[in-house]
Design a protein around this ligand. Sequence first.
Ligand code: HEC
Ligand code: HEC
Ligand code: HEC
Ligand code: HEC
Ligand code: HEC
Length: 460
Amino acid sequence: MQPSRSALLLLVAIAAASGCDDDAPANPDASVAADSAELSDELSMPAVPTVDSSKFRGSESCGSCHVQHYQEWRTSMHSYAMVDPVYRALVSIRQEDFAGNQDRFCLQCHSPIGTRSGDIQPGFSFENLQNITLEGVNCETCHSTSAVQRPFNAGLVLDVGGPMKGPIKNAQQTAGHQTEYSELLQGSRMCASCHDVVEVSGLNLERPYEEWLQSPAAAEGVECQSCHMAGYSGKATEVSPERDLHEHFFVGVDMPLTDDYLPDAQALDDLRGRISQLLEGSATISMNATAAPAGQQIDLFVSLHNNIVAHNIPTGSTFNRQVWLEVIATDADNNVLYETGTLDANDDLRNYWSDEDPFGDSDLLEFGSRLTDRDGNPELFSWRATEHHTNSLSPLYDRTSTLFIPTASNTNGPVHIEARLRFRSFPPHLLRKLALDEYLSKLEIFDIDSLSIDVDLLAP
Ligand code: HEC
Ligand code: HEC
Ligand code: HEC
Ligand code: HEC
Ligand code: HEC
């Protein structure tokens, strides 16, 4: 755990007030106070409103001039951040667990404007929120950001009512708003302000920026925007000159689960295409096997290489993500000799969380992370967990595992071995636990890479 990030939120508040930066030391005792009092933070979860929500115009109004930026953002997870049914279900459980005392915690990033304007009050209900709050991470959240006070937990400072900040040095004059050139918006620290997440307990939940800081990408100046906001040539508005612009799809790994989120089926297909493109080739499988006579086991060496120069695979909410290796070996008569990473009758992996076959896959290679409670048992909810064990692959890193494929004396070769590195945003058991069964059919699996080899059986 990084000491600078294990700082508790309460401590962060104190540190900010006393002018310290993000290097507040960890204090394991401070979590006790968080349970009894309403959790707040001067910057990101103020108990008294610090911004006036009527000063924000809403993303649709920006879209009247910035048509393409708006359309792209509308299909992105930034605009889904407050409507996501998984998010809403988790927030509701957390509301009950803390009797409303920590109701601003999740909201500080998923809707910074709503949290700072006072719309989010203890015991709030999603049904009664203002439209601007429900926009989630909207245009004005990012484009009002004038500074990043800490690179985690909504550390962004908003210059409400100020000029729109962006990467254009000589922007046209417009009646729409004033403009201001910003270097901040072109760098990873901007994204870090929300993408690195530290629980109230001090547990590091998400840390793409921390990973990036230690990666070759940071040294080479390859920022988050390089991959998640690809450049193109176009016009920022109909009347603007041709310039280098940046995509606002913010492609990651998530697809919306609700039908009414995207305008049509085509938009969903396009999004699926962008996700496959990002994922395909982001890691590579290689395999090597020792030849064996029928009746003996084949030793299979499987290596995975993370091709991403900037962060782990997976990154972000690794405790929900599933990245795993599926290997199926069959003989020449198509009998299955061995399998790992295959699904049970509920489409779950056959691990601890499987209702059907919890001990069915002792070789299972998973590359996400696992939360556990104080007794060491797996835990689904971050705020009930005390430890976070990660198994994700570091940038440009290789990991090799050995699997043993049994054969019988009457097995006919060659043995055909197929491997796939698979990705799923959420496990089905999480949706069932949240009573979101209606979305189970929406969960999709993407294959990051696949490879097959044939192994001859030696004469005995
Ligand atoms: C009346 C039309 C209009 C509206 C409405 C409008 N803009 Fe703009 N915006 C422009 C024009 C024109 C430019 C300059 C483009 C250029 O120079 O290529 C611009 C530039 C920008 C820039 C780039 C600034 C820079 O220096 O890099 C950002 C960011 C921006 N707008 C965000 C927004 C946001 C957010 C909203 C909604 C709150 C919005 N705009 C509403 C017309 C508009
Ligand atoms: C104000 C907080 C905030 C800021 C700033 C922010 N993000 Fe996000 N981002 C989020 C949230 C919240 C989500 C997830 C919403 C959801 O799925 O419910 C998200 C989702 C994403 C996703 C999609 C992830 C997926 O799995 O599909 C990408 C990619 C992304 N952000 C990239 C960026 C980049 C690049 C930057 C910096 C330019 C940035 N974000 C800045 C809050 C933020
Ligand atoms: C070199 C290109 C590259 C850069 C730079 C990069 N990413 Fe990614 N990012 C990817 C790829 C490829 C994936 C899909 C594989 C994965 O999930 O790790 C991804 C996935 C993600 C996801 C969704 C992941 C998940 O598994 O839930 C988030 C969130 C994200 N990146 C945030 C960031 C942030 C924040 C930065 C900057 C600190 C950044 N990325 C920099 C390539 C990049
Ligand atoms: C998560 C943060 C985020 C959100 C949300 C966001 N933007 Fe941006 N936007 C950026 C960043 C970062 C850049 C600059 C990227 C770079 O230079 O690498 C940018 C660039 C721009 C520019 C300058 C031209 C260009 O493409 O570089 C305009 C105009 C703009 N955004 C408008 C909008 C509008 C309109 C919305 C809402 C519909 C919006 N943005 C939502 C982060 C965001
Ligand atoms: C520090 C900012 C921050 C806080 C606080 C935060 N989130 Fe998020 N949330 C994000 C970002 C960034 C993403 C995108 C991560 C990714 O795609 O890997 C995200 C994604 C999500 C998602 C969709 C993807 C997934 O893997 O689950 C859910 C659901 C979610 N958050 C729920 C919550 C809940 C519940 C809380 C409160 C316990 C919370 N978030 C607190 C920033 C935050």
